[in-house]
Design a protein around this ligand. Sequence first.
Ligand SMILES: [Zn+2]
Length: 79
Amino acid sequence: MKLSPNTAPVEPDDLLIRLHNMVGAAVDITGKTYGDGSRWDCHGCGDHSERPVLDILAFTREQANAHAGSCRAAYHRLT
Ligand SMILES: [Zn+2]
C-alpha cells in the first residue's frame, strides 16, 4: 500500500496556522490567537500538544514548528 502525505485534511473552524512536516503532512495549530488556548496536531504521525493543557500561541507555534521540522511520517490512521 502506498502512503501519501496527508497534506490537506479538512480545516478545523479554529485553524490558526498550518505547517507541513518533512514529507508534506499537515501540522495544524488551532485555538485562539490571544491568551491561553492553542494546541497543535500532526496529521503525519498523530502526535499533538499535551492535553488538556493549552499554551499561548507563541509557545505552541514554536513546538509545532520544531515537530514539523523533524517529523517524517506521511499519514496516520489513528483515531
Ligand atoms: Zn508528526
